[in-house]
Design a binder for this molecule. Structure first.
Ligand SMILES: [Zn+2]
Length: 309
């Protein structure tokens, strides 16, 4: 395994395999990407952290799917954070946002007395949905799971056990460990992939290999996952070198929203005629993108022109 390749150190999905035990994994390291998304809004710390985790989880999961389009992870709950959306395009464009109730969040935080808030504390009861949208005229894939677990990683593991019958381990970490307190995120996923034609080795070995790999994976600390001084290769080598880990080409990710003036205009014009007329009574209609916080102003005259076009 190469020690330190001249590869992009951050904002990557690093696939790897542990062939003797038919294990596949991905390590996600994000710096500027996650910092940019979380800094576009003034989220309270717990909201930014869990949104960062959701984004990281979406990136980790998108790396295991074969799709052309958009992969979306959404949480909906009755807790202080009503909604979290994170999506990843095939090209690696990532974005996300959260909707929360500031008052309820404060109440929940004061109740926790400085302890780390769990998913039930922040999101409450509800569900997580995973959607793959490959564009018009294709079937959408959607998986839904009830929120069950203290962390988003646990919720995702639960989902795989329940609906996909896949054995998988997931670790997520988000912290202000970058330069000047910039956000960083790390995610690690390991899954069992029974090879076609069955295992080459005897089953006991494979079972042991899986258990050992899971123990090694859990030895990765939250701090290591977001440490800018530990490269993806170094971390994987430290964890799995005895198991014969092999790394593959990385895929880049970056913070990029898909909103545009044209898209927003199209959404506005899809409203019923009387609502569009109402909008035209205001001198300027302003729409702010929930994902990236970009403001789009549409003067009444422009709306009128668009509506007639
Ligand atoms: Zn946007």
């Amino acid at each position: 395994m190469p020690t330190e390749q001249l590869t992009r150190p951050d904002d990557i999905i690093q696939p790897f395999r542990i062939d003797p035990f038919a294990l596949r994994g991905r390590l996600v390291r994000m710096g500027p990407t996650v910092d940019r998304i979380l800094s576009q809004h003034e989220y309270p710390e717990p909201v930014a952290t869990i949104l960062g985790e959701a984004i990281t989880l979406a990136v980790v999961l998108s790396g295991m799917l074969k799709y052309e389009g958009i992969f979306t992870l959404q949480t909906k709950g009755d807790g202080p954070i009503r909604l979290i959306v994170a999506d990843v395009s095939t090209e690696g464009a990532v974005r996300g946002y959260a909707q929360y109730d500031a008052e309820r969040l404060e109440t929940a935080q004061s109740r926790m007395n400085g302890a780390n808030p769990s998913v039930p504390d922040l999101i409450g009861g509800g569900y997580i949905a995973f959607t793959v949208d490959q564009g018009e005229h294709t079937e959408r894939y959607q998986g839904i799971v009830e929120i069950a677990g203290a962390t988003l990683a646990e919720c995702a593991q639960h989902y795989f056990r329940q609906s996909e019958q896949i054995q998988a381990g997931i670790k997520l970490s988000v912290a202000r460990s970058g330069e000047n307190g910039a956000w960083r995120a790390g995610g690690l996923m390991l899954q069992r992939v029974p090879p076609e034609g069955g295992y080459v080795q005897i089953a006991d070995d494979v079972e042991d290999g899986w258990r050992r790999a899971m123990i090694l994976m859990s030895s990765a600390t939250s701090k290591e996952l977001v440490d800018p001084d530990i490269s993806a290769h170094r971390l994987l080598y430290r964890l799995f070198h005895d198991e014969g880990v092999r790394v593959y080409d990385t895929h880049p990710v970056e913070a990029r929203c898909r909103c545009s003036r044209e898209r927003i205009a199209r959404i506005l014009l899809s409203f019923p005629a009387d609502e569009i007329e109402d909008m035209q009574k205001d001198p300027v209609t302003t729409v702010t993108c929930e994902f990236c916080n970009t403001r789009y102003d549409f003067p009444a005259a422009e709306l009128e022109r668009l509506a007639q076009a």
